[in-house]
Write a protein that binds this ligand. Structure first.
Ligand code: AMP
Length: 282
C-alpha cells in the first residue's frame, strides 16, 4: 500500500501507470473501511492492473453538520486493512484543501430527475456534493473502471448518469451489497449503534425483504401500509422514508408495469444514526 496526500504526487504516479498502459480501477470511499468496501476493492484488483482507493470524508455531501463531525475516521487503520489485502493498492487521502477552495464551492448538476426523491429529497444538496467530489476524482485519476456499491443505489445511478452527460470515459461498475448474517447492510455508521440498539438494526432489512418476498402477491399500497405499521410498532426506529421506485429513473410508484424493474428504498434513524438500504424487488 502506498499513500498519497497530494493530488500532484498522485498525478505523477498515475501518469507513469498510464504510460505503461496499465488498467486503473478507482474505489471512492469515505474511510472507516469494512467488508463492504473490501468487496469493491477486491473486484477492482481482479479487473485492473492497479487499484486506487480514495479515502475522503467529503464535507459538501453532509447536509447535517453533526453527522459530518461524528463520522467515523481512522486513516491508519484503513491503510493497514488495505495493506493486508494487497501491497500494490494506492491510497489517495487528500486534505480538504486539495479538493476544494476556501468556500467549499460545489457545482450544480442536472441529474435528469434522478435526485428528486429518496436521498435527494431528504438530504438537500447531497448529490451535488457527491458529484462534485466524484467528478474531481475521476478527473485526477482518469480510471478505466470505477466501483460503486448498490448499497447507495441512487448514488450509483447518479454517477452513471454523470459520466454519460459529461463524456467521462470511465466504466461505472455497480457492486452487490454486503450484509451481516441478520441482513443488516454493512456501513461505516453501524459502528455508532451500541449493543442494546443493535438488535433493532436488522428490522431495516426485514422490511425491505418483506417487500421483495411479497412483490408478486401484494399490491404496492398494501406493502406500504405493512411497512409503515411495522415501524410504527418499533419505538426505537424512526422511519424517514420507505419508497418503492422504478429502478432506472428512480420515480416512486404505486403500481407495477409489466417489464419494469423496481427497488424498495429505506432510510431510518436508529439511536440518532441515519441508516439507508435498498433491495431489488424483481
Ligand atoms: P462510503 O465510504 O460509505 O462512501 O462508501 C464507499 C463505497 O462503498 C460506496 O460506493 C458504497 O456504496 C460502497 N459500500 C458501502 N457499504 C457497502 C456494502 N455494505 N456493500 C457494498 N458496497 C458498499
Amino acid at each position: 500500500m502506498i499513500l498519497f496526500r497530494k493530488k500532484s504526487d498522485l498525478a505523477i504516479r498515475r501518469g507513469d501507470l498510464k504510460k505503461n498502459n496499465f488498467k486503473i480501477g478507482l474505489v471512492p470511499t469515505m474511510g472507516a473501511l469494512h467488508a463492504g468496501h473490501l468487496s469493491l476493492v477486491k473486484r477492482s484488483i481482479k479487473e485492473n492492473d492497479y487499484t486506487i482507493v480514495s479515502i475522503f470524508i467529503n464535507p459538501t455531501q453532509f447536509n447535517d453538520k453533526k453527522d459530518l463531525i461524528s463520522y467515523p475516521k481512522n486513516l491508519t487503520k484503513d491503510c493497514q486493512y488495505l495493506d493486508s489485502v494487497s501491497r500494490d493498492i494506492i491510497v489517495f487521502a487528500p486534505e480538504i484543501s486539495e479538493i476544494y477552495d476556501k468556500n467549499l464551492s460545489v457545482k450544480k448538476f442536472n441529474f435528469q430527475g434522478l435526485d428528486k426523491f429518496m436521498e435527494g429529497k431528504y438530504r438537500r444538496g447531497h448529490f451535488n456534493g457527491v458529484a462534485t467530489v466524484v467528478s474531481h476524482l475521476l478527473d485526477i485519476i482518469k480510471p478505466n473502471n470505477a466501483y460503486f456499491g448498490e448499497k447507495d443505489y441512487q448514488q450509483l445511478r447518479i454517477i452513471q448518469q454523470l459520466v454519460i452527460d459529461n463524456n467521462i470515459s470511465a466504466n461505472i461498475i455497480g457492486c452487490d451489497t454486503i450484509r451481516e448474517e441478520d441482513g443488516l447492510a454493512l456501513s461505516s455508521r453501524n459502528s455508532k449503534i451500541t449493543e442494546p440498539y443493535r438488535k433493532f438494526a436488522c428490522k431495516i432489512f426485514e422490511a425491505i425483504n418483506y417487500a421483495r418476498i411479497n412483490f408478486n402477491s401484494m399490491n404496492f399500497d398494501d406493502i406500504y401500509n405493512y411497512v409503515n405499521n411495522f415501524f410504527d410498532n418499533i419505538d426505537d426506529i424512526e422511519l424517514e422514508y420507505f419508497t418503492i421506485a422504478e429502478s432506472e429513473f428512480l420515480i416512486p410508484v404505486n403500481k407495477k408495469t409489466i417489464d419494469k424493474k423496481y427497488r424498495a428504498f429505506i432510510a431510518v434513524k436508529l439511536q440518532g444514526v441515519r441508516l439507508i438500504d435498498n433491495i431489488a424487488l424483481n
